[in-house]
Design a binder for this molecule. Sequence first.
Ligand code: HEC
Length: 240
Amino acid sequence: MLSAVSFAPLGADVAFAQDDNAAVATRLADLLRSARTVISTNQGLINDPSKGDKGLTGERVLTEAIALYTERTGEDPRDSDPASREGRLLRAQMEAIQEVVEENQSTINVEGVGFKGFIPAIFARLVNEKFGERVGDEARIKVTAPEELVRNRKARPDEWETSVIEDKFKAAQWPKGDPFSESVQVDGHPAFRIIVPEYYAASCLSCHGEPAGDVDITGYPKEGGKEGDLGAAISITLFE
Ligand code: HEC
């Protein structure tokens, strides 16, 4: 029996490992997106100047994010095996989601202020930073964008991300929404990298839309983007 295993073609093993990497990374991207949607759905509540305590606790945001993820994927992230890599990483991400909301309660609950700057992009960055503090030697998640659109320097695409964005995602023949993945070295370690393009929706344009240069509610100049333009990319690294 053992010899049968050793006769398995190496290519099959490698392909299997890549499928597994892609599956884990996709789940992490989906859970991040679900949590971001929860913040977006509750943006009106967060921005309500007439309310103090909003009841938007870390636990509530996580519960809503899990519900949305389960609806979208048919899987509950809490059912993953906690001893597996996927289970470990999803749990680290769930904890990060809850903690970021908990740490920002005083901002969210301030009375008399409308826009508080607690928006999906900032929330996602904080979640990804916290995730990295926990499991950064195993996995990293970053939301980036084409270089000319980047607002926060921490979100700047690295060389690999830039080459995928410029040469693949911006190519006319690239199928919209298709991710790109590759096994490469990151900081001297072998890693699986995957990057998923995202496009501006109408809801993004109050800040990222036209006219370019006009200052948005957050104080940044608008990028002049249009609905459907490539505006973002979720970049995930899994160390082997
Ligand atoms: C209320 C204004 C606002 C809206 C609406 C908004 N964004 Fe942003 N976005 C920002 C701000 C401010 C930042 C900088 C966040 C930070 O400091 O990390 C940002 C950052 C980003 C980033 C990270 C890269 C960077 O520039 O730092 C991406 C990608 C992004 N936004 C895409 C989108 C997309 C896609 C949508 C719609 C689904 C959207 N944004 C909606 C204000 C907004």
